[in-house]
Write a protein that binds this ligand. Structure first.
Ligand code: ZN
Ligand code: ZN
Length: 247
């Protein structure tokens, strides 16, 4: 059980006494003194003592309800709020404060106000937010040599200088896309007799980078899909190949 601080509730009305312990002074909830009431209802409000949250060590996304999401201002607070159980209170109001520590964890203080047996009550709970290193689905694909697109760059006349330049161009075209599409990365460069192939995890990013290179060198571009199998949802998945010929 997390610690519960002394909360606030109204003073006993004149003449009230607790049928359990006989107390006549102090705070009452319903017919009972606050102590007796809380003893009888140990699970009025609670939250786990430790809150573990997976984060991707590559892109910093966090896993919320099974989904990898970009961290935003209220990502943590919204997630923590769902871990706080206040179902037994009426009109519960939950305030969350996070205090980061040097060891990457954060202290979590939760203020809860609500109504119980017609009387206002307040609680404070404490927990600890513990980030756990992980790797998101997209980055897992990247590290396992999975790819949805290929750019085949072919030169009329191949030189090492041209190869290096086109590699830079592809990287440059992908760079601004990574923020919204963590699959916009090259997993493999394959040298070819008349150029090189770039394997790219994201299909959309492959298209963007192929167009970028074709435009820059006034080349031609030719797209062809190839079926690579079924996804786990039974959808047909295809890999796109973009042949970019540079004069
Ligand atoms: Zn009592
Ligand atoms: Zn990631």
């Amino acid at each position: 059980m997390p610690k519960t601080d002394e909360g606030k509730s109204p003073k006993a009305r004149g003449g009230q006494f607790c049928p359990k312990c006989g107390k006549t002074q102090g705070e009452f909830i319903g017919l009972f003194c606050r102590d007796c009431f809380l003893k009888d209802h140990p699970d009025l409000v609670h939250m786990p003592e430790k809150l573990e949250l997976e984060y991707c060590q590559r892109c910093q996304k966090v896993r919320v309800e099974g989904k990898w999401v970009v961290q935003e201002e209220n990502t943590f607070k919204n997630w923590i709020e769902k871990k706080v159980n206040v179902k037994k209170l009426h009109d519960a109001n939950v305030g969350i404060q996070l205090t980061p520590r040097d060891d990457a964890t954060s202290d979590v203080d939760v203020q809860i106000e609500g109504e119980l047996e017609g009387q206002p009550v307040a609680f404070t709970l404490h927990s600890k937010l513990v980030p756990r290193k992980s790797i998101c689905n997209d980055d897992m694909l990247v590290s396992s040599n999975y790819y949805e697109g290929i750019i085949q760059v072919r030169f009329t006349e191949k030189t090492m200088e041209k190869i290096r330049q086109v590699q830079q161009d592809i990287d440059e075209a992908l760079k601004p896309l990574v923020k919204d599409d963590s699959k916009a990365v090259v997993t493999n460069w394959i040298p070819q007799k008349f150029g090189l192939d770039a394997w790219i995890v994201s299909r959309k990013a492959t298209k963007a980078a192929a167009n970028f290179v074709a435009r820059k060198y006034r080349g031609t571009i030719q797209a062809s899909p190839k079926l690579i199998g079924l996804s786990d949802k039974g959808k047909h998945e295809s890999r796109m190949t973009y042949l970019v010929r540079i004069p």
